[in-house]
Design a binder for this molecule. Structure first.
Ligand code: ADP
Ligand code: ZN
Length: 740
């Protein structure tokens, strides 16, 4: 199915020689290839043109694609395009990128293109805005304010009403008064850019030593104007951001655009401000919480080149940049870069592909790089850049393991006496303590003490999690929620439900019991009030308005809390117990990141990790600070088991409304598997999350040698397999991150 990638001018403006021209159009549907449409006479389109076409009874938006028509259909029978949008065509690099992602992830290209077309109103030119121009009439009375306005308006150029008032340093009522006297005539002008252009030389940091060397290495890549990948690692606070800002500045000087990918953009208000301090203007943001209007403007202005820098979540990769010259992937190891919905892709890996196709540098940044990137750094495929120390006064916290077998918490509690003492000392000094537990709600499991009934989601194979603040029990898989019952639904006994295990709310309860006078804040993604509330809480913490913060992994990311001098990890073992081949790596990354929250401002700081496995290599690596030994060990193990990056993995997830259908189809897929040297297929096995939203799930795992052609294997398997019938759905996941 792979499309040819012809040169741009194959189609050009439609030829006038043929009586009816036809073009392939990729529509946002799971179709395997573009559909053919006729081009009405006098209409000009080229590959990349965004058009509207009829599809069945509907009109949909599509993109004129590359490739030759097969000529099988009589052009006269084809339906014509109904509209060509007046917007820059998707560039050839962008189209090739979309094709590449589709072929790699084995996703119908239309579904990938759909991600690039998610701003419908952005395809029409932005409406003009009303502006003012000096009419030649002078106001009746001249005041100092009015004369300032006149002085500016005298240049004969058009201004917006608020822009003029702002520039003259007067209130808009001054301008309004002058409008009333006929001083201005109304004109229509193009809308102002979404964000002012960033100034590469606004306020650069002074870089010395390792930071200077690192920045010079990045500058070399940027100046070369060709594809390269750099992996920059260095502990939190070592100045990685400051260093990559230099690469951004240089790209801006070249007049090219920059994309900064961040894993948790909705929460990075602090990052945007920091960028503004350095460049004098904010980057444009791109994430799912943007208002539709803003989204459309970002899309449009990325295409027109009016937006120079976008800071965004993974989907920003699909924006139609006019001339992208650099991608930064911050926190490159973060699992949030993997999308597991419709198009399963890893934005970190696709960023590298985008750089390759666009022929520009990509910089991956992390304090704890993924094993995959680390190996590429070691082998020289990526340029490894290392920042060894924290900047300035900042020191890393002193880390200690708390052996929970020797220092157990009191009955019904989860905090060891050692951690409690640490909190007490910290709070007494007027400093902040952070308690980290990656579990939302009050307790992960509720059961009846009388009959043993466990509360399970009616549509998923997961326990219902009690949320006491909301008075609900909830499913974290599908969002199902019900009021916390008073009696057991099984045996009817009242008041005998017990909560098993801790969530952040329960830790908060314990903290409040021990420290009734401390100001305690719980932070988790299900806070009532959403992202806005979260931002406020984070600001409050940064200002010192809380003594003890209890949080899920949200608090791990990027925030700077100057007063934080103790980090307590409530359950350091939590991520180690599942069957994920990356469990140790993930735990190492998360715990390093969380403990890195402390001591950023020079306070003497501590980290306490509660564990039942103090000898575990992950625990040892964290407290000894010997990340090197940890990576070495991980790499050796992956190499021996031929796991990524030394081998390749793909998952096939089969789901259906009935367990029998899912299992039968999974078995049929297994039978359809071709026999290829170097590739093995495992399963089917019932998925650990056997039921989600009422759908039963089975998995197959394909494991191949590094050189194996996984995509060809999977295509052959699917071609040989029975069709998906009834409720059966097959989802492929190349390079899976989740095995649930
Ligand atoms: P990282 O991205 O590695 O966590 P940052 O770039 O955020 O590190 O730097 C940590 C802190 O130190 C920030 O507040 C940053 O502004 C400051 N900093 C780092 N390097 C410099 C420098 N050369 N000059 C001034 N401030 C710096
Ligand atoms: Zn559920």
């Amino acid at each position: 199915m792979s499309l040819k990638s012809p040169t741009d001018d194959l189609f050009g403006p439609v030829s006038t020689l043929k009586p009816v021209a036809t073009v392939p159009v990729l529509v946002p549907m799971p179709a395997p290839r573009p559909y053919s449409y006729a081009v009405p006479e006098g209409v000009d389109v080229e590959p990349g043109s965004i058009v509207q076409v009829p599809l069945g009874p509907r009109q949909v938006i599509g993109v004129v694609w590359d490739g030759e028509e097969d000529g099988a259909v009589d052009p006269k029978k084809l339906r014509p395009l109904t509209k060509v949008f007046d917007c820059p065509p998707l560039k050839s690099v962008h189209r090739r990128f979309l094709d590449w992602v589709a072929a790699y992830t084995l996703t119908p290209p239309g579904l990938v293109a759909r991600m690039a077309l998610r701003a419908p109103a952005g395809f029409d030119p932005e409406p003009m805005v009303e502006g003012l121009r000096f009419s030649g009439t002078r106001p009746e009375k001249i005041t100092p304010a009015r004369s300032r306005v006149l002085e500016l308006a005298n240049d004969g150029l058009a201004w917006t009403r608020s822009g003029l008032a702002h520039a003259a340093g007067v209130s808009t009522s001054v301008v309004d008064g002058m409008i009333a006297q006929g001083v201005f005539e109304t004109v229509f002008i193009p809308p102002p850019p979404l964000v002012p252009p960033p100034d590469p030389d606004h306020a650069p940091a002074r870089l010395e030593g390792a930071q200077r060397e690192a920045a010079d290495e990045l500058l070399e890549e940027v100046r070369a104007r060709r594809f390269s990948v750099a992996l920059m690692d260095g502990i939190t606070g070592s100045g990685k951001t400051e260093v990559y800002f230099e690469a951004i500045a240089e790209t801006l000087r070249q007049g090219r655009q920059v994309l900064i990918l961040l894993p948790e953009i909705a929460l990075t208000a602090a990052f945007l401000e920091r960028f503004q301090d350095r460049f004098g203007a904010k980057p444009a943001e791109w994430h799912s919480d943007l208002a539709p209007k803003t989204r459309e403007r970002v899309w449009r202005q990325a295409a027109s080149g009016d937006v120079h820098v976008v800071a965004g979540a993974r989907s920003a990769l699909f924006l139609p940049f006019q001339e992208l010259g650099l991608i930064i992937v911050d926190e490159e190891h973060d699992p949030a870069y993997k999308q597991e919905d419709r198009v399963f892709y890893n934005a970190r890996d696709m960023a590298v592909v985008r750089g390759h196709i666009g022929n520009f540098p990509v910089v991956l940044v992390s304090a704890t790089p993924s094993v995959e990137s680390h190996v590429n750094g070691l082998s020289g495929r990526y340029r490894a850049i290392h920042l060894p120390v924290r900047f300035g006064e900042a020191a890393l916290p002193d880390l200690h393991l708390v052996d929970m077998r020797r220092h157990p918490p009191e009955r019904g509690g989860f905090l060891s006496p050692i951690l409690l003492r640490g909190i007490q000392k910290t709070v007494a000094k007027g400093e902040q303590a952070l308690l980290f537990l990656n579990r939302r709600g009050y307790a992960p499991l509720t059961l009846c003490r009388v009959c043993g009934h466990r509360f399970q989601c009616p549509q998923c194979s997961s326990w219902l999690v009690e949320h006491r603040f909301k008075g609900q029990i909830q499913c974290h898989q599908c969002g199902y929620a019900e009021k916390t019952p008073e009696a057991c639904p099984e045996c009817g006994t009242f008041d005998h439900l017990v909560a098993c295990g801790p969530g952040v709310e329960r830790i908060a309860e314990e903290v409040e019991r021990h420290f009734p006078d401390a100001r305690t804040i719980v932070l988790s993604s299900d806070l009532m009030g959403g992202v806005r509330r979260l931002r406020l809480e984070l600001e409050a913490i940064a200002k010192g308005e809380a003594d003890i913060v209890i949080g899920t992994q949200l608090v791990a990311k990027g925030h700077n809390f100057p007063l934080m001098s103790l980090v307590g990890i409530v359950d350091a073992d939590i991520g180690l117990a599942n069957g994920d081949p990356r469990a140790a790596e993930r735990t190492f990354q998360l715990l390093s990141q969380v403990t890195g929250r402390a001591g950023r401002s020079g306070l003497k700081s501590h980290g306490l990790l509660q564990t039942y496995q103090p000898q575990h290599p992950v625990m040892q690596a964290i407290v000894s600070g010997d990340a090197h030994a940890f990576y070495e060990r991980e790499i050796t193990e992956r190499e021996r088991a031929l796991l990524p990056p030394f081998g390749r993995l793909a998952s096939i997830i089969i789901s259906a409304d009935s367990r029998a259908d899912a299992e039968a189809h999974a078995r049929a897929l297994r039978l359809a598997a071709p026999s290829v040297k170097g590739i093995a297929i495992l399963g089917p096995a019932e998925a650990p999350l056997a039921l989600i939203r009422g759908r039963h799930r089975f998995r197959l795992l394909v494991h191949g040698a590094k050189a194996s052609d996984m995509q060809a294997y999977l295509r052959a398997l699917l071609a040989n397999a029975p069709k998906e019938r009834g409720s059966v759905h097959v989802q492929l996941d190349i390079d899976p991150q989740s095995f649930l």
